[in-house]
Design a protein around this ligand. Structure first.
Ligand SMILES: Cc1cc2nc3c(=O)[nH]c(=O)nc-3n(C[C@H](O)[C@H](O)[C@H](O)COP(=O)(O)O)c2cc1C
Length: 385
């Protein structure tokens, strides 16, 4: 008996994978702003919670932190609250394994959560002072990353707090007739001032973007061909129930895949299909489609390859997401070239980085519709007792 899928099933798997893989690398449907697949499911509730609703100030700041992006939606953080101090730890049990062997993406995500605390603290009338950023020494011991002390200050009323709730990873084709304004790029470049050693560079249109596309294609093939893909796919949720119950991971349901493809994934895709050649090819097809529907590309890099620098880079990544969301632009990171070592060199060359500089967060940005929200874990799960 053969385990090889029948041709028609094979074709459909590739098609469904093209949709599903968007969840991993690139996917997307305007299901509704701030909604989820089943909008009232608890897993989406925090996207609407702009009030404390009985939480203490630090608890609410931790809730806002959980709205940050994270690789494969692992939400790899824990928050310890002691008076006016919030300590942020990485939850090492939520590591992506070989897909993030050096913990680069995990540390970047922690930086984004830290940025959310800073933004939400401003709205509550606090100045958040980052203290003891010490992941370089402590991360390997107990996952400690940094702490934040809250000082009474001015209430900040800019658009970034609201953007915490509209920000999302938008895995869709972006509108090529709407370029990203230079003013937005400049505004983002100006947000690096308090992040020493962190930079943001843009890939101008033309031959450089064509070469970037080639680096991306090479990296996705390399990434998909080894254990990294298997470890990453452990976070793929096949059914909406799975996704909304576990409240983590990625799924096809907040992608722009046609309903038929989503249903096919839900009803007919099995775990072993996620590692099939068809699924991989679907992902490669998707990448091609996204590369040709991206009006602008940016890259966040660090001067040194250290955990502390990655946390700082994660803060800038979240600023990109929030500033873009506040101005009605969509963002999607594409981590393959930064996480597949042979491609990192190519990226460095294209971006004009020095050999010691570390490319960390490549993203596409442009105009697009909103997609459905991704799930979030219960706050109780991420607060240290
Ligand atoms: C360091 C990092 C790398 C990421 N890489 C990718 C990626 O390669 N492709 C992608 O579609 N999303 C990527 N994401 C986005 C996450 O999948 C996304 O944040 C998560 O699924 C939660 O969804 P949300 O951002 O819409 O809240 C990345 C996020 C982070 C923080």
């Amino acid at each position: 008996m053969t385990t090889e899928p029948m041709p028609s099933r094979r074709r459909f798997l590739r098609y469904a994978a093209g949709a599903a893989s968007l969840a991993v690398l690139g996917g997307a449907g305007a299901v509704g702003f701030a909604g989820g697949v089943h909008p009232n499911a608890a897993a989406y509730g925090y996207w609407r919670q702009k009030e404390k609703n009985g939480l203490s100030d630090p608890q609410y700041l931790a809730l806002c932190a959980t709205l940050a992006p994270s690789p494969h939606n692992t939400q790899p953080w824990k928050f310890g609250i002691a008076g006016d101090r919030i300590e942020i730890f990485a939850d090492l049990s939520r590591h992506l394994g070989t897909a993030d062997a050096e913990f680069r993406m995990m540390q970047t995500a922690i930086g984004s959560a830290l940025e959310n605390i800073d933004v939400a603290a401003g709205r509550l009338g606090y100045r958040a002072e980052v203290q003891d950023l010490d992941a370089d020494r402590r991360f390997a011991q107990d996952g400690y990353c940094a702490s934040v002390r809250l000082h009474r200050g001015q209430v900040v009323r800019d658009g970034s707090f609201d953007a915490l709730f509209t920000r999302q990873t938008t895995r869709t084709e972006y509108d090529m007739s709407q370029p990203v304004p230079a003013a937005l790029k400049t505004a983002l470049n100006q947000r690096t001032g308090d992040l020493p050693g962190i930079g943001l560079t843009w890939f101008p249109d033309g031959p450089l973007v064509t070469r970037l596309g080639n680096v991306l294609r090479g990296s996705v093939r390399g990434f998909l061909s080894d254990d990294r893909n298997r470890d990453g796919m452990k976070w793929f949720r096949i059914t909406p129930d799975q996704w909304e119950t576990r409240r983590d991971g990625i799924a096809v349901f907040n992608g722009d895949a046609p309903l038929l493809a989503k249903r096919y994934v839900e009803w007919f895709v099995h775990e072993q299909d996620l590692l099939s050649a068809q699924f991989k090819q679907g992902e490669i097809d998707t990448l091609d489609r996204l590369v040709s529907t991206t009006p602008a590309w940016g890259l966040i890099y660090a001067d040194r390859a250290t955990p502390n620098q990655r946390i700082q880079a994660g803060r800038l990544a979240e600023r990109v997401y929030l500033e873009a969301a506040a101005r009605g632009y969509a963002v999607q990171p594409l981590c393959y070239p930064t996480e597949f070592e042979p491609s990192r060199e190519g990226l460095r060359e294209l971006a004009g980085l020095a050999p010691a500089q570390d490319p960390l967060f490549l993203f596409r940005i442009g105009k697009s519709d909103y997609v459905a929200k991704s799930v979030r874990r219960d706050l109780k799960e991420v607060l240290l007792a």
